[in-house]
Design a protein around this ligand. Structure first.
Ligand code: GRF
Length: 207
C-alpha cells in the first residue's frame, strides 16, 4: 500500500481528485495518510476533514527562518510515514533537505506543458495569463518528479488542452484543471502505487 502525504495551499481541487480517485477505484493500492497545508485558510483542509484525513498546518510566518520552516515540513512528512509526497496546488518551494530526503519520491502538478510556461514566477492564474498573452493554441498540465530546481525534474505525465479563442485566464485555468490536472495527477499516483514507474538517466520510464 503506497502511503502518500498531500501538500496543499489553496482550494484543494487536486486533493479532491485524488480522494475521489481512491474512492472510485481509479487509484489503487494507495492511502492518503496526511494533508499538509502552509495556509490555515486553505479550503483543502475542509476537504481533508470531510474525508477524515489527519491534516497539519506548517506556516512559514510561524517560523524564525526558512531553514526552521523546512525542518518543520520535513518533520511533518517523516512523522506521517509517507512513501510519496504529492504537491497538489502547493505554492511552497520545497527545500533541498526535503528533496534529498525523498529522492524521486516527490511529484508536482504544474498547470502547463513543461518546459513551456514554467519556472520561477509561473504558478496559478499567472501561468494561464502568460499562455493567453503568447497566443499558443495548446496548453495543458504536467506531473513531474521534484528535484532541486523549479519545475525541472523528470516528467511523468502530460495532457494537452485546447486554448479557445475567447478564453479568459480563469476559464482556461478551470479547463486545464478539469481536463488535465484532475486526470493525470490521479493517473500518476496509480502508476507509482503499482510499481510501474522508474527514473532512468533523468527520464521516467513507464511500464
Ligand atoms: C491550480 O491551478 C493548480 O494547477 C495549481 O494551483 C491551483 C489550485 O490548485 N498548482 P488546487 O485547487 O488547490 O488543487
Amino acid at each position: 500500500m503506497l502511503k502518500i502525504a498531500v501538500m496543499v495551499s489553496g482550494g484543494g481541487t487536486n486533493l479532491q481528485a485524488i480522494l475521489d480517485g481512491i474512492r472510485d477505484g481509479k487509484i489503487t493500492n494507495t492511502e492518503v495518510v496526511r494533508v499538509i497545508s502552509n495556509s490555515r485558510k486553505a479550503y483543502a483542509l475542509e476537504r481533508a476533514a470531510r474525508a477524515g484525513i489527519p491534516a497539519v498546518c506548517v506556516t512559514r510566518k510561524e517560523y524564525p527562518s526558512p531553514e526552521a520552516f523546512d525542518d518543520a515540513l520535513l518533520a511533518a512528512l517523516q512523522e506521517s510515514g509517507a512513501d510519496l509526497v504529492v504537491l497538489a496546488g502547493c505554492l511552497v518551494v520545497i527545500g533541498e533537505k526535503i528533496v534529498k530526503a525523498y529522492p524521486n519520491r516527490i511529484i508536482n502538478i504544474h498547470p502547463a506543458l513543461i518546459p513551456s510556461f514554467c519556472g520561477t514566477g509561473y504558478y496559478g492564474l499567472n501561468v494561464h495569463e502568460e499562455v493567453l498573452k503568447r497566443g499558443v493554441k495548446i496548453t495543458g498540465a504536467t506531473v513531474h518528479f521534484v528535484d532541486g530546481g523549479t519545475d525541472t525534474g523528470p516528467i511523468l505525465l502530460q495532457k494537452a488542452v485546447e486554448v479557445k479563442q475567447q478564453d479568459t485566464p480563469k476559464e482556461l485555468q478551470l479547463r486545464v484543471m478539469r481536463e488535465a490536472e484532475w486526470v493525470i495527477l490521479p493517473q500518476a499516483i496509480d502508476l507509482i502505487a503499482n510499481g510501474r514507474v522508474s527514473v532512468e538517466d533523468g527520464k521516467t520510464v513507464i511500464r
